[in-house]
Design a binder for this molecule. Structure first.
Ligand SMILES: [Zn+2]
Length: 421
């Protein structure tokens, strides 16, 4: 594809193909100027415009439909990316892309928050000395100290939108304030007001630059509100009435609360716009997400964990360390290039432990391809099941094979695990 030939009449749109009976789930197609995304779908994370240790050919080969890059990490290169025709052309990916606003990365400097944090992590956050935090929220954005240069920096909705519109992904995220589990209700009310104000600024600035690179760039509003139903519902109604092209579902919350939070948001949001669940990719998160109306997902976990030897398979995840003498493939019947080429667990373990940089890089590529393909395939299979009205059967089979228990038993265990702490 040349840099000036776009698909879908250069426009962004979304169509729903099938709805799940009695639930918010659906299968659909997101049309973007750089191609279609068949949903539910997982987007591979390429923070700097490439997935680490993988080529664009690798990514296409494993069935990736879209790549998510980071607005904050690419901010200094954004003029060069704009001159190169936008992210898809500049990176050589030439397919749908999404950027996040950078708010999460900057806020992470402040409190070390994760997406779904455990109560253990929460204690560390509460005990952290505020003076050691590198980021501070103001009414107009976030002041922070760049961890690499030590320089004082500022990013707000205006800056984030200008950066994202230069990078030129097909889908952008509004700039938001992510709260942590340690923040109470009152703080969440205050933070949500800022996020809603910033949503309006994001929309205004984005609309000025929407066609700057010659194709339509879409903007998703981001929903926060912690674990409180009234906040989640009110912000979904408020942002839902604004002219966003889709919605990002964000926040730090306990894993067991994911389903309710998505339900509160998605019951209020307009049905005809796509929704992206930010930063989650565990099979159970994907199942809960799909059932409650999330269309797309992203997470660094599949490739990051692959590089650390944690491998996904239909029979559950495992660590390569345990397979010194094993002729088994990573997963029997897997259609990823690594399994198709016949790499055994013991061979990959040997590469993982190698001191040779090139061997290790090859291991990173092979393991990343497998874990990413696992996650992509899970979404493909869930989509096929949804289209054929057999999502619950598919999830039940998967659960019995992956978690070694029924889906209901797994959910009950999750509830018990989170409330014990
Ligand atoms: Zn495989």
């Amino acid at each position: 594809m040349s840099q000036t030939e776009y698909q879908n009449n250069n426009k962004f749109s979304f169509e729903i193909e099938k709805r799940m009976d009695g639930h918010l789930g659906r299968a659909g197609i997101i049309h973007t100027p750089h191609g279609d995304i068949q949903t539910p779908a997982f987007m591979c994370v390429g923070t700097h415009g490439e997935v680490r240790f993988m080529s664009m050919e690798n990514l296409h080969e494993i069935g990736a439909q879209a790549m998510l890059a980071n607005g904050y990490h690419l901010r200094l290169q954004s003029p060069e990316i704009a001159a190169g025709g936008g992210l898809a052309a500049w990176s050589g990916w030439n397919s749908p892309t999404l950027t996040d606003s950078g708010g999460f990365q900057v806020m992470s400097l402040g409190s070390g928050i994760g997406k779904v944090v455990s109560m253990e992590r929460e204690k560390e956050v509460l005990n952290a000395d505020p003076k050691e935090r590198l980021a501070k929220v103001t009414e107009t954005g976030i002041e922070f100290t760049d961890p690499f240069t030590g320089k004082e920096e500022f990013i707000g909705p205006k800056e984030s939108m200008e950066i994202q519109c230069r990078i030129g992904a097909d889908i952008h995220m509004a700039f938001d304030e992510l709260t942590s589990l340690a923040d109470d209700y009152d703080y969440n009310v205050e933070a949500l007001r800022r996020t809603e104000d910033w949503a309006q600024v994001s929309l205004n600035v984005h609309n000025q630059h929407r066609y700057d690179l010659g194709y339509e760039q879409a903007l998703y509003g981001v929903l926060q509100g912690g674990r409180w139903e009234d906040l989640r519902r009110s912000t979904a109604r408020k942002l839902g009435s604004m002219d966003f092209d889709g919605y990002g579902l964000g926040g730090a919350f306990l894993k067991k609360d994911l389903g309710s939070i998505l339900k509160w948001c998605n019951e209020e949001l307009p049905e005809n716009k796509p929704r992206h669940l930010l930063g989650l990719s565990r099979p159970d998160d994907i199942f809960v997400g799909i059932e409650n109306g999330a269309d797309t997902f992203d997470c660094v976990a599949p490739s990051r964990e692959a590089r650390h030897g944690r491998i996904e398979s239909r029979n559950g995840h495992f660590h390569l360390n345990k397979f010194k003498d094993s002729d088994l493939l990573l997963e029997e019947g897997c259609d990823c290039p690594t399994c198709k080429a016949g790499y055994t667990r013991s061979k990959l373990r040997e590469m993982y432990k190698s001191d040779d940089r090139e061997v290790r890089a090859k291991f990173f590529e092979l393991a990343s391809m497998h874990n990413l393909r696992f996650t992509l395939r899970l979404c493909e299979e869930a989509r096929a099941a949804l289209l054929e009205d057999r999502f619950e059967e598919f999830r039940e089979d998967f659960s019995r094979s992956y978690y070694k228990k029924s889906w209901q038993e797994h959910l009950l265990e999750l509830q018990a695990r989170d409330t014990k702490k």
